[in-house]
Design a protein around this ligand. Sequence first.
Ligand code: PGA
Length: 266
Amino acid sequence: MEVIIQPDPASASRVAAQILLALVTRKPNAVLGLATGGTPLALYRELITAHKDRGFDFSRVTTFNLDEYIGLPENHPQSYHAFMHENLFRHINIQPDRIHIPNGNAPDIQAHCLAYEEAIRNAGGLDLQLLGIGSDGHIGFNEPTSSLGSRTRTKTLTRQTIEDNARFFENDPNQVPQHCITMGIATILEARCALLLAFGKGKADAIAATIEGPLSAMIPASALQLHPNAIIIIDQDAAAKLTLADYYKEADAAKPTWQQDHATAP
Ligand code: PGA
């Protein structure tokens, strides 16, 4: 695992954007796994700026989102379809037919989940999967005790996640859908690079458990310990409970130049 501790979310998001843009520069037809939530917003703004100010080209990129609520209409402002359109896709030159987001209204959800996995495989697999982390350690919507071998499927959200997400639903937990479709942990682990971002004190326990705790389905993000190319970019607050924070900072500061472009090498 590569752990990069930055002073604040803005600088952490810039570092993440550099990694992602370097990948697309190297591989213009990259396949990107994308995430929703508050965490990636500043990163998405960096990508939009790269497109608007420097003409950065996303026209050959293919995307697969991690998850979607079941039962919310696609045009509901809190659906992840709406989130991605509003916060990224409508501002860059991505081709609509290269965008994939699980369909939480599919008539046959199980068949849809299988087809989603197949579509990722047919695209050549994910070059990079962007991840946030839940305060309960979830990645995607793989809640604690999710199988570490899981694939795209439905999950029931934990009470903690429903309460965390109520802020997007007029602070009313009853409006948060209880079910979702999510890529599985095995799906995420197959991405050639996993890039997890976390900001704020509320993520400090989950981050410490992910990086320094035992590998456990109780902390789904700890599965990234098995990933050969996982990068975790966090701010000082999210790093607050790491025992080896000084070591990660020293390693990052002393990173040899030959390794610097290595982060996302597919
Ligand atoms: P957040 O959510 O970015 O809104 O904190 C992260 C997650 O639940 O994965």
